[in-house]
Ligand binder design. Sequence first.
Ligand code: FE2
Length: 675
Amino acid sequence: MVTYTVTVHTGTRLFSGTSSYIYIQLRGTEAESEEKNLNDHFSLGFKGGSVRTVEVECKEFLGELIHVKLSSKKFLNIDDQWFCDKILVTTPGNDEILFPCYRWLGCGEDLVLRHAKASLVFQDINPISQRHRMRQLEDLQEAFRFVDTSAEWDVYAEGMPHVNNYDSASALPSEVQFSFTKEIEFAYTALSQMIALKLERLADSKMNWGSINELDRLFSENNETIDYVQKHWDEDEFFGYQFLNGLNPMMIQRCSKLPENFPVTEEMVKDSLGGSTLEVEMKKGKIFLCDYKILDGLVGNVVHGRKQYLTAPLVLLYCDSHGMMMPIAIQLGQKAGVLHTIFLPTDSKTDWQLAKIFVRAAEFSVFEVDIHLLRTHLLAEVFTMATLRNFPFLHPLFKLLIRHTRYTLQINIMARDRLISENGAITTYSGIGGAALDELLVRATASLTYSSLCLPDNISERGLEEVPHYFYRDDGLKLWNVINKYVEGVLQHYYKSDDDVKKDTELQSWISEIFTNGFKGKKSTGIPETFQAVKDLIKFVTMVIFTVTAQHAAVNNGQFEFGAWMPNLPTALRKRPPVKKGQTNEISVLETLPDVGTTVNGMAVLKLLSTKATDHYPLGASLEELFDEEVPCTLIEDFRKDLNELTVAIEERNKKLELPYTYLDPRNVDNSVAI
Ligand code: FE2
């Protein structure tokens, strides 16, 4: 007889333990063990967080261990799931072999685990492992299917990235359930956030605000950023600051020639430029543009029975001698002429204020639909689906990427159901809801490019290398480099040559599915269809991890902080934009801004979108021990050290700032799109 020692680690998550009978079978290249009941006489089932060691006696040596099979049988008819973290097997030769699990096992179900040593498809030469590898992918491809939602979702039109085939978060297969709980699902409603904010009594009010100061009564708790926004929202300097470090730091670009449809004259801006001229300042690289043309022609939604108004503004900005980004001209539409006056800081207080409010409302639409929903959530879903469908568990890219997919499918299913469905909160309470949202998503998808998703390329394409006080760029590029170094280390360990990349059929299917389902098979996006070289793979995987971690954190986490003070980010506007100068006053501003009910519903949605789950994990944290080889394990440690150093540097920098920029501090960056 030979003895194998098996150590079973039950998860620490809520309800990980089970009362069910759990059986284990060890499978090697030479033989298989009998099925062994892991319950002993003294302890029925497994407690959460428990570690149990049992001995498995075998008649003969099993050869090289390939699989561990776990199965579960009911105790007393109780249907009880079990969350197993990992199994460690010590062989008779004293080798310790790790079998990562990190999945739920339901009663009557089996799980076949592979050892932790990663391998590429052409390296996995044992026929048993090859069969298992293929079968696992067939099962996953059956369970997770890309769906073109145009047929099923009338609010979700053709032309968007494809999504997963489930319409309920809790119906998703165990591979992606992680520790997802009903409580998380329950909290994901605008109403539950409204109750948390103690604002539900105002939810249906169609009253105007009596004054902007009245909004102060909506806040029961102090938040330094919200207080700052409340104090500075109407200042030009803060308006300009938000193009660099606000919710959408992706739109501003250097302007070396005015667009023909934005005829700003030297006369209009001479005061703002302190006596200099546009021509001179453009040559110096000090003039910037934000162009919301993607919104042109979209028809506003109906909210509380009233039509809402969307505009497609053009904003000209000047980086002044103090390095501040100051708005110097705003046109609230794409056609130059009498209908679209160019507003200036020298106009009446309320004319200029309303012009900025319309820009901020346009910002809500573009930010929420293009920058947040499409460029992080929907792309993260495509990356998640392609990863689940194309990489078996022992592929190094599965091990590298799976922690960056946690909760993404769940959160997107819930967002589709509760925010942008026919009765969803965004459809009901925002100017961009309904048909306009569909159209904007289609336009945004059509404008996706690979370079815009790669931060270093994106910054140079927009000409923003030199702009001062651009903390999103400064922290983002550092984070990009930290992620890139880690990805490069791991991938160069597994792909020794470009030939290895070309031969990896699983990898080629992965990128092909991303190209087809995420980017509609459009070569003009610059997204690769295949990988030919290790360096191209490293860049792409860096982009994937950066997008679902750093980029999502940068655009997601400040939604309530920047948007809770409604005039800074109105979700809908009730009156047409001003056409002529000198015809507005404080009353017209209040009549334009959302009513009381729309305001509090908007706040509840922004709160919902920024509230992290209680069990969120920051970038670099890994609960799962998926690699057991020395090189990737050392690289993960180095990655964590680099992230900690970045945190220290950001904290130091922030001490000197009136408004600290914290969104890309690695401690505040989630490991995945999980909210
Ligand atoms: Fe999000």
